[in-house]
Design a protein around this ligand. Structure first.
Ligand code: TXA
Ligand code: MG
Length: 347
C-alpha cells in the first residue's frame, strides 16, 4: 500500500531558523496541523484557541472526543491567561520546573474552547523546554494544543520518522529537530482538587515534585476497558506495538520465555536491560533457538526512558509475532517507564 507522506523540514533544534518557524506558523494559521519536537516527545499541534482547528487533531489521531489536550505555553504569563485560578501551588511548580516536562491541570479560563478540554472544567498547561516549540508558540502568538503526534493508542514518537510512520499525511508539516532528549511524556499533576495528585507519571520524578509539594499523592492506576477515568493516559491499553507484548520477570525467565516462543515457531523480538541476559540472547540470535531481534536498553532509568519508544517503534517495524520485554526494576526512578510498559502489555 502506498502511504502518502507529509512535508518534513529539518530545523536546528537549539537555534531554530526564523524562516522555518514563520513557515510553520503560517501553516498553523491556515488551519492545518504541524508536528513539532519537544524535549519529551513530538507534539501534533494546532492553534489552541481555535475550536475548529483543534478538532482536526482528534480526526488525525483517531482520538475519541472527550480526551483532553494539553495547551503548550511560552511561559507563566500565558498560562495565567488561560486559567481561571492560578494557585500558589501552580506558581511554585511553574517557577521550579518550567520550562520542562510538567503539565499542570488547573481550572479552565473562559478563553479555552471546550474542544481542548473535552468538556472538562479544567485545562492542562505545559511550558516545553525546547527552542523549536518555544519559537513556534511565540510566532503563533497563542498556545498550541498538542497531544503526542501518534495515532491513538500507538507508541509515542521521539523522532520525526516516528511521526511520519504513525500519521502519514494526516499532518501537513513535520518539523524535524532530531531525537527528543527526554523521550517520555511529561508528568501530569492535577491541582484542581486537594491534595495535588499525579494523574500520569512522566519525565519529572515524584521526588522532585515532593520537594515543592510535600503532600502530593500518586496512586498507580490502570483503568480497565471504558470505565470512568480522570485522565485518558490511564487507558489500560496504550503505547502498544502491533504484536502482542509480554512482560517477563527480569533475568532467567525472560531468556526462557524468548526461547520457548521461538521454539513454537514465532518470530520474536526481545527488549532487555540486564547485561547477562542481553549477551546470552545475542549469542543465540543466529541459532535455531534465537530471536529475530534483541535490543539491549540501558539500566539507568533516565537513559532507558529516552530509548524505550524508539525500541518499541523498531520492533514494530520488524513485524514480529511477539515482543518479550524484561521487567524493569521496581524503583521509583522507573515509575514512568513501568507505567508505559504495563499499558503496552495490555491486550
Ligand atoms: O510530554 C507531553 O506531555 C507531550 C508533549 C507533546 O507535550 N504531550 C502529551 O499529550 O503527552 P497527550 O495528549 O498524549 O497526553 C496528555 C495527557 C493525557 O493523559 C490527558 O488525560 C492529560 O494530559 N490531561 C490533559 N488535560 C487534562 C485535564 N484537563 N484533566 C485531566 N487530565 C488532562
Ligand atoms: Mg499520548
Amino acid at each position: 500500500m502506498l502511504r502518502r507522506v507529509p512535508r518534513v523540514v529539518r530545523i536546528q533544534p537549539r537555534d531554530p531558523e526564523p524562516s522555518i518557524v514563520a513557515e510553520a506558523a503560517a501553516v498553523l494559521a491556515s488551519g492545518e496541523l504541524v508536528a513539532f519536537p519537544t524535549e519529551t516527545v513530538y507534539g501534533l499541534g494546532a492553534r489552541g484557541l481555535h475550536a475548529d482547528e483543534v478538532r482536526r487533531i482528534f480526526a488525525a489521531k483517531g482520538r475519541p472526543h472527550g480526551h483532553p489536550l494539553i495547551l503548550h505555553v511560552d511561559g507563566e504569563a500565558m498560562a495565567r491567561s488561560l486559567a481561571r485560578d492560578w494557585t500558589d501551588a501552580a506558581a511554585r511548580l511553574a517557577a521550579a520546573f518550567w520550562p520542562g516536562p510538567l503539565t499542570l491541570v488547573v481550572p479552565k479560563g473562559a478563553s479555552v474552547p471546550a474542544e481542548v478540554t473535552g468538556g472538562l472544567d479544567s485545562v492542562g498547561l505545559r511550558c516545553p523546554d525546547h527552542p523549536v516549540a518555544q519559537a513556534l508558540i511565540g510566532a503563533v502568538g497563542e498556545p498550541l494544543a498538542a497531544p503526542s503526534a501518534n495515532a491513538h493508542m500507538h507508541v509515542s514518537p521521539t523522532s520525526a520518522a516516528h511521526v511520519v510512520r504513525s500519521l502519514g499525511d494526516r499532518v501537513a508539516l513535520v518539523l524535524d529537530g532530531g531525537p527528543c532528549s527526554t523521550g517520555i511524556e511529561s508528568t501530569v499533576v492535577d491541582l484542581v482538587g486537594s491534595p495535588p495528585r499525579v494523574l500520569r507519571p512522566g519525565a519529572l520524578s515524584l521526588d522532585r515534585l515532593r520537594e515543592v509539594l510535600p503532600d502530593i499523592v500518586f496512586e498507580a492506576t490502570v483503568v480497565e476497558g471504558d470505565g470512568p477515568r480522570t485522565s485518558p493516559g490511564q487507558a489500560a491499553k496504550h503505547y502498544a506495538p502491533s504484536a502482542p507484548l509480554t512482560l517477563t520477570p527480569s533475568g532467567e525467565a525472560t531468556f526462557e520465555t524468548v526461547r520457548s516462543a521461538v521454539h513454537d515457531g514465532q518470530r520474536v523480538a526481545a527488549i532487555v536491560w540486564s547485561p547477562g541476559i542481553g549477551d546470552r540472547l545475542r549469542q543465540t540470535i543466529d541459532a535455531a533457538e534465537g530471536p529475530a531481534m534483541v535490543l539491549v536498553l540501558p539500566d539507568d532509568a533516565e537513559a532507558y526512558a529516552r530509548e524505550l519508544f524508539h525500541a518499541l517503534h523498531t520492533v514494530d517495524e520488524a513485524r514480529c509475532d511477539r515482543v518479550v520485554v524484561e521487567r524493569v526494576p521496581e524503583t521509583e526512578a522507573f515509575w514512568a517507564v513501568s507505567d508505559r510498559l504495563a499499558r503496552a502489555a495490555r491486550t
